[in-house]
Write a new protein. Structure first.
Length: 299
């Protein structure tokens, strides 16, 4: 158990943050993507409030372009935990004319999620959205506090955040504003995988090596899908791959890998020199792609 001392410290901190959320906010919700980070947050929430059920719903913003394995895992988890599931649909936002569908080979619904997320938060009166973001993922997320204030438009101002000294979290806000809270802010990708291994937390099979038809777009292996328009020279081939992140299938890249179990995944992560979001096609639209989306209200 000694080798997991820092993992235990991170677990204690995250559980403390989740309990602070329950104490300070009236209608929080846990943003759930079906990825490893949100799965770990559900596991932590179960520990934080045991023997009671998790006291807030899961909220999934569905682009309509999810991996089938992700939706299957989400539904199984909801059935097991008995927690309420709220689904915000990007497809419905498109039909209502709230957002415009992108077209062409570079099209993605990932950026469209912002409008759907803000509308879903407003519809359910959510005053705190608990997210699985971590500071090590991407340079814009490195600026995040654990309690991240958002204005009445759902926008994030990195220069207007509260200090967090001695684990004192200030959740005070004006009417119409809300918070995004990140219990895993101080975790790394390695910490997450070591915790999953330690507590034997189930995760989707997408995270482990499997054969899949993929094509290469500017160095990123994207899965063959009816939702993606390929350029003429992008020919699908069968490769052994796994995913380091799970999101919209149109922009989430796979990595060539033979890591078929947790031990091998941990070894691979230890040797990696590219962050897990290095294979996210949407993050490469501009140098400040993530920060621009976060300022508009993205996760």
């Amino acid at each position: 158990m000694a080798k997991h001392t820092h993992i235990k410290h991170l677990e204690d901190e995250s559980i403390y943050i989740l309990r602070e959320v329950a104490a300070q906010f009236d209608r929080p919700a846990l943003l759930f993507s079906g990825g490893k980070d949100s799965i770990v947050m559900v596991h932590l929430a179960e520990k934080a409030f045991y023997p009671a059920k998790i006291p807030f719903p899961l909220m999934h913003i569905d682009t309509g372009h999810n991996f089938p394995e992700t939706i299957e895992f989400r539904d199984q988890l909801v059935e097991r935990t008995g927690v309420q599931l709220i689904v915000g649909s990007v497809e419905e936002s498109i039909k209502k004319g709230e957002v415009k569908e992108e077209t062409g080979p570079e099209a993605s619904r990932n950026g469209l999620q912002t409008v759907t997320l803000l509308e879903t938060l407003k519809k359910h009166g959510t005053d705190c959205a608990i997210g699985g973001g971590r500071r090590d993922e991407e340079k814009a997320r490195a600026k995040e506090r654990c309690f991240s204030h958002r204005d009445i438009y759902g926008q994030w101002d990195p220069k207007n955040q509260r200090p967090e000294l001695w684990n004192l979290f200030n959740g005070r806000m004006n009417p119409g504003e809300h918070f995004r809270v990140f219990p895993l802010n101080n975790w790394t990708e390695m910490d997450v995988w070591q915790y999953i291994a330690k507590d034997e937390i189930p995760v989707p099979e997408l995270y482990f090596a499997h054969k899949r038809r993929v094509f290469n777009r500017r160095g990123i292996w994207l899965a063959e899908s009816d939702d993606i328009t390929r350029y003429p020279d992008e020919k699908p081939v069968e490769k052994t791959v796994r995913f380091r992140t799970i999101g919209d299938s149109t922009c989430t890249g796979a990595v060539l890998s033979e890591a078929a179990n947790l031990e091998e995944v941990i070894q691979e992560v230890a040797a990696a020199r590219i962050t897990e979001r290095g294979n996210r096609h949407d993050d490469k639209r501009s140098e400040a792609a993530m920060e621009d989306r976060k300022r508009e209200g993205y996760f």
